[in-house]
Design a protein around this ligand. Structure first.
Ligand code: 26Y
Length: 820
């Protein structure tokens, strides 16, 4: 290919300003049929995206050649969710053509920032788990790890959130409406997926058992590929499957003259990849969701086997050439599907197939919340995937035989069953994933410890070496270099650009914390970013804030365990101080919230209404006189996030200890120079270790203290009645001032806190309020604040997803880099 690419005039994929300009105009004329005078902004965006895509594909083709040539061992990442964020800016950074492109466009009287803003991001995930998968793709590509990521091409991603009358209103996310210039369809890469029906067992002349699955329906999955480019290096493919009807099915019905039935079948088949389930916990027995999971797992495994065989290898060596990472249990039906493919389709013996399977998969757990642990009803599996259910029973029975020989109590053994038959029988997908994998990891040191002590305790006792930790990380290229160009430039001016590939180099900033001149430049950058954020706030909510205010921010999915309402209690305590005690000692502060609530999550939606109601009250109160503002930014997304982190002063990471598996927003804030107020939960623990306890605002009970408190019997009402300030705040929740004539509005929140308070808001309240006093003290000393901010950034090296991926490679995958 090298010769081909260098032939003059064959393919213009040069990186100079002139090359970019030429390609851009060519795309506009010949791909879109437009001339500049009639082109829309979206036409310009699309032309630029296509221009960039050519250059990204060039890198991909070269990476692929290298992987094939070296016959390298590779990783397949299976995730039901991805949140890549806008592609264009990131690709420009990674191709190192940001300035060339800006100039090329300027010569055409176009503004790059406006064009970047045109991109509609793929919202193919709910939150942390999907964004993590995308950070990992960035690092896999950058590090040159042979890899491919598989998922679902949802036609509608996470819903669009609007706020009407203070409530969340959902509407569909039509992200494909303006076409998607980053993907290419691969009609030739398509697989059939069966559902339903029954199995037939028979024996051949040699008395060998053959099992055939006679399906009830069949559909087809077609690959759509999006190249993901690493920094200065390789590109990998994100391969998303779209569901369609099979030709044979259309044809059969058509021949019977029943055209409409054929079309209806087609529409029903396409349903499978229509929409992302907007829940990040608690989704019981939804058939379509299980169909989605099996659909993408089946296509992905068939594709992996195709790739393996294409290289002329034997299936017996699949685990030597591929490792498959399961991003939570969402793709865990893969354990049964790979067994089915090996045993039923490729005629491998059970033991050999099981050896391959167990050495192929590794499983990442992202949650300890009991309601988020997936369990599929046996009856549902029997109807939809009858053969898989048989295989799961077989795995279970062989597993039980194995552990009966070991030193386990009857109680332990039944706890480890893959099938839970207390009540309606269900399959515990975390157990299936654990048994079927060679490694299991949690996502922070604390979480991995708890995983081994609680949820998978018996398995950890059985296979201690199977369990490990890989602390999450974020791509600092997107979340610092692309989204915070001012800070990135200041850093590079002073310590060089090596941090782009080695985040530890930020350590070089440490001595600058003592440099007054540097501190002032640092805070000047922060102020500019705050102005930018203030502009977005004004645009999105109409609320004006002064950029000098303390920007105190909590952005993440709305969940009771994340305790957005604890922040609200604190805000109310400040408000009541102004109103009732007539003292205003708080520094001017804007409290900013953003995040989506699962549409069916009653409490989470109430919490949004609570935030907006408190905002309405405080923002318009003349007595507050603008010193406090409460803002709810609608429709949080990667795109919006990239404006939020750079402008934050204070990062709220206040979940109840033991509940947040890791958190990754915490890392994004700290990397952009925000200080953290937080509990000892998830990765907060490790962030505090890295930045130093003197540079972190800690409060609240520890995980052990939480457990003790719950064991002893927790009585929120007692805390309420003994803390006057708290009592005043809680009572205010049902006051007429707040609820404006609807006393029931926040009664559920009030009752929940006084009676159960499962996330210990009342217990942690005073410690939080006290620590916030401390925050304000430090805020009054800008030199000290700046110093702490610099020290935070200087010590964030560990939290690059490059480090996480290297950990996966060393501790789990045993895969090495292939550098192009
Ligand atoms: C089963 C289905 C309803 C479901 C769908 C999505 C269950 C869970 C999820 C998503 C979970 C998730 O995003 N978890 C988060 O993963 C992050 C990456 O590891 C962690 O940082 C974060 O603490 C955890 O809540």
């Amino acid at each position: 290919t090298e010769n081909y690419f260098t032939q003059p005039g064959v393919a213009n994929i040069g990186l100079s300003k002139e090359d970019i300009k030429t390609s851009f105009l060519e795309k506009l004329f010949y791909s879109l049929g437009r001339i500049p005078v009639v082109a829309t902004k979206n036409d310009f965006y699309t032309s630029l995206a296509l221009t960039v895509r050519d250059r990204v594909f060039r890198k991909y083709v070269k990476s692929l050649e290298q992987y094939v040539e070296e016959d390298a061992r590779g990783v397949a990442y299976l995730s039901a969710e991805y949140l890549p964020g806008p592609h264009l800016g990131n690709n420009l950074l990674n191709l190192e053509i940001m300035e060339e492109t800006r100039e090329a466009l300027a010569e055409l009287n176009l503004n790059l920032d406006e064009i970047l803003n045109e991109e509609v991001e793929p919202g193919l995930g709910n939150g942390g788990l999907g964004r993590l998968a995308s950070c990992y793709m960035d690092s896999l590509a950058t590090l040159g790890i042979p890899s491919i990521a598989y998922g679902i091409r949802y036609e509608f991603g996470i819903f669009k959130q609007e706020i009407q009358d203070g409530w969340q209103i959902e509407s569909t996310d039509k992200w494909l409406h303006n076409r998607n210039p980053w993907e290419v369809i691969r009609p030739e890469i398509s697989f059939e997926v069966k559902f339903g029906g029954h199995t037939e067992h028979s024996r051949d002349q040699d008395n060998k058992l053959h099992i055939e699955w006679i399906p009830g329906t069949e559909i087809k999955g077609t690959a759509f590929d999006t190249p993901i480019l690493g920094y200065q290096s390789n590109a990998i493919i994100l391969r998303l499957w779209k569901a369609e009807a099979t030709e044979s099915f259309d044809f059969a019905a058509y021949n019977l003259g029943d055209y409409y039935r054929a079309v209806e079948k087609k529409m029903r088949s396409e349903n499978i990849t229509k929409v992302l389930y907007p829940n990040d916990e608690n989704l019981s027995g939804k058939e379509l969701r299980l169909k989605q999971q099996y659909f993408f797992v089946c296509c992905s495994l068939k594709d992996i086997i195709r790739l393996h065989l294409l290289q002329g290898r034997k299936l017996e060596t699949l685990h030597e050439k591929f490792t498959i990472q399961l991003n939570d249990t969402h793709p865990s039906i893969a354990v049964a599907e790979l067994m089915r493919l090996l045993v039923d389709v490729h005629q491998m013996g059970w033991e050999d197939a099981w050896k391959v399977t167990q050495n192929t998969f590794a499983y990442t757990n992202h949650t300890l919340l009991p309601e988020a642990l997936e369990k599929w009803p046996v009856n549902l599996l029997r109807n939809l995937l009858p053969r898989h259910l048989e295989i799961i029973y077989e795995i279970n029975s062989r597993f039980i035989t194995e552990i009966r020989e070991k030193d386990f109590s009857g109680e332990q053994i039944s706890r480890m069953f893959l099938i839970d038959d207390r009540g309606e029988p269900t399959v515990r997908m975390a157990h299936l994933a654990t048994v079927g994998s060679y490694k299991v990891n949690g996502v922070s040191a604390l979480h991995s410890g708890l995983l081994q002590e609680q949820v998978l305790k018996d398995f950890a006792q059985l296979w201690p070496k199977k369990f490990t930790n890989v602390t999450n990380g974020i791509t600092h290229r997107r979340f610092l270099a692309v989204s915070n160009p001012r800070l990135a430039a200041l850093i590079s001016e002073n310590i060089g650009k090596d941090w782009l590939t080695q985040l530890d180099k930020l350590k070089g900033l440490e001595p600058f914390a003592a440099n007054k001149d540097f501190r002032s430049k640092w805070m000047q950058v922060k102020l500019e970013n705050k102005k930018n954020l203030a502009t977005h706030i004004k645009e999105l909510t109409g609320i004006e804030i002064k950029p000098e205010m303390l920007l105190d921010i909590q952005v993440k999915r709305i969940h009771e365990y994340k305790r957005q309402h604890l922040k609200v209690l604190h805000i109310l305590s400040l408000y009541l101080q102004i109103k009732k005690d007539k003292q205003n000692t708080v520094p001017p502060t804007a409290f900013v919230f953003a995040g989506k609530a699962a549409p069916g999550y009653f409490m989470a939606k109430r919490i949004i209404k609570l935030i907006t109601s408190v905002g309405d009250l405080i923002n318009n109160d003349p007595e507050v006189n603008g010193t406090l503002k409460v803002i709810f930014l609608p429709n949080f997304s990667v795109k919006l996030a990239q404006h939020v982190y750079p402008g934050a002063d204070l990062s709220e990471q206040i979940s109840m200890a033991g509940k947040e598996a890791s958190g990754t927003g915490n890392m994004k804030f700290a990397l952009n120079g925000a200080l953290t107020v937080g509990t000892l939960d998830g990765a907060n623990v490790e962030i505090r270790e890295e930045v130093g306890e003197e540079n972190f605002f800690l409060f609240g009970l520890t995980t052990e203290e939480v457990a003790d408190k719950k064991k002893q019997g927790y009585h929120p009402y007692k805390i309420y009645s003994e803390n006057e300030n708290l009592k005043r705040v809680i009572d205010f929740l049902i006051s007429d001032e707040l609820t404006k004539g609807d006393p029931e509005l926040f009664r559920s929140v009030y009752d929940n806190l006084l009676n159960q308070d499962p996330y210990l808001l009342l217990e942690d309240y005073q410690s939080y309020v006290d620590q916030m006093e401390n925050v304000y003290k430090v805020w009054q000393d800008p030199e000290k604040w700046a110093q702490m901010s610099i020290l935070n950034v200087a010590n964030m090296g560990k939290f690059s997803s490059d480090r996480s991926i290297k950990d996966y490679c060393e501790k789990i995958w045993k895969v090495g880099a292939v550098k192009v």
